[in-house]
Design a protein around this ligand. Structure first.
Ligand code: ARG
Length: 372
């Protein structure tokens, strides 16, 4: 077998590794759908591009998806591989037209968790969308110069947003020497407050895709004065735009994000968008709405006091919800069985649909938790 780090694009060694992953890790969707015939049909330049897209899934056999797009065009250019992976992950049958639609209209209707149980009025809620600028490569393929250029461009937009009565705030940069730079302590405090993203180098899936390269250059965050509207710059997607608050009023939370997003979008160049897949994201799991809406729910019974996350995951699945530990992706349940729940679907559903799913799923899960 050739060494995995071989430079040629003929890729015999890599193909052998993918075959091995396919049998040892059936959950790795890249390995499941990779076809040697398809690969061999590509020209030299496309082979090179494909290796970069799937490097993360080869280097991390335990990947669930195993690929990160490097350029917005990748989803069209490599549809024969990425299409089936996306359909499998998002549960969309072959032949069913995806044609992602967007709809935020439900933010105008009443949707308050306090109507389920007054005890839920005070949970920590958060909704984010991923966005990438069409004019730049996706984060995995960006050079350090791209990262700095993109940051400079959004800083200009933030300078305008600063003066806004509802969304005014400040930008905090991790770029060494930036006039907006924050020090290591301030950064750590914001990570602890779940406002800022962690050092991405710690994520081996992102690292293998080149997404965490040049850390911490071009990385930062904008926070509104009330710290309830936040924009991440330079994480897994160019931009992650989010609203967060304690309470129960989901419609208000989603409405806050939508208003801020519309205002901010007017200040920057166009987002990458596809008529089939909606908003283009690095990770195929986030396509479509690119939206993740979540809340922290105490489920002491369903997690057996925080010791059995698997049991809560299983229960939530029936309601279209995913469960993570309260500390985020790959973390355990927190003290008292505090977990993070969010609608699993991002693609083939609308923004309003996600809000309703979160509400209805929470109601169902909560009644299961309280059942005697
Ligand atoms: N790349 C990882 C995998 O394939 C994570 C996928 C989902 N998470 C994410 N942050 N995009 O399992």
């Amino acid at each position: 077998m050739n060494s995995p780090s071989e430079n040629t694009h003929n890729g015999e060694g890599k193909m052998a590794r993918i075959r091995a992953i396919r049998s040892a890790h059936p959950g790795n969707l890249m390995a499941r759908y990779f076809s040697e015939d398809y690969f061999n049909s590509l020209d030299e330049s496309k082979r090179g591009r494909l290796w970069r897209i799937i490097a993360t899934g080869i280097e991390n056999p335990d990947s669930q998806m195993g690929a990160y797009a490097q350029n917005s065009r990748d989803y069209e250019d490599f549809e024969p591989l990425l299409g089936p992976m996306i359909r499998d992950y998002h549960n969309i049958p072959t032949g069913h037209e995806i044609g992602q639609k967007h709809d935020w209209s439900a933010t105008a209707s009443r949707c308050d968790l306090a109507d389920i149980d007054p005890a839920l009025n005070g949970v920590s809620m958060r909704v984010r969308v991923g966005r990438n600028l069409a004019a730049f490569p996706l984060p995995g393929a960006m050079t350090k110069a791209h990262r700095l250029e993109l940051e400079a461009l959004v800083i200009e937009a933030f300078t305008t947003l600063k003066a806004d009565t509802q969304f005014g705030g400040d930008y905090h940069s991790l770029t060494p020497g930036s006039p907006h730079a924050i020090d290591a302590d301030a950064y750590r405090r914001r990570v602890a407050a779940h406002q800022m993203f962690k050092d991405m180098g710690g994520d081996r899936y992102l690292a293998a895709a080149g997404i965490s390269s040049d850390w911490p250059f071009g990385r930062g965050m904008y926070a509104s004065n009330a710290e309830d509207f936040i924009v991440w710059v330079g994480e897994e997607d160019h931009l992650r735009i989010m609203a967060m608050r304690q309470g129960g009023d989901l419609a208000a939370l989603f409405g806050r994000l939508h208003d801020g997003l519309e205002k901010f979008a007017r200040l920057i160049p166009a987002f990458a968008h596809s008529s089939r897949y909606g908003y283009v994201t690095s990770c195929p799991t986030n396509l479509g709405t690119a939206m993740r809406a979540s809340l922290h729910l105490p489920l002491p019974r369903l997690t057996e006091g925080g010791r059995n996350l698997e049991r809560a995951k299983k229960a939530a699945q029936d309601f279209g919800l995913s469960v993570r530990g309260a500390g985020g992706e790959h973390s355990d349940a927190g003290h008292g069985g505090l977990v993070d729940i969010s609608p699993s679907a991002r693609l083939g559903v609308t923004e309003s649909g996600i809000m309703q799913r979160l509400y209805e799923g929470t109601a169902a899960l909560w009644s299961l938790e309280k059942e005697r």
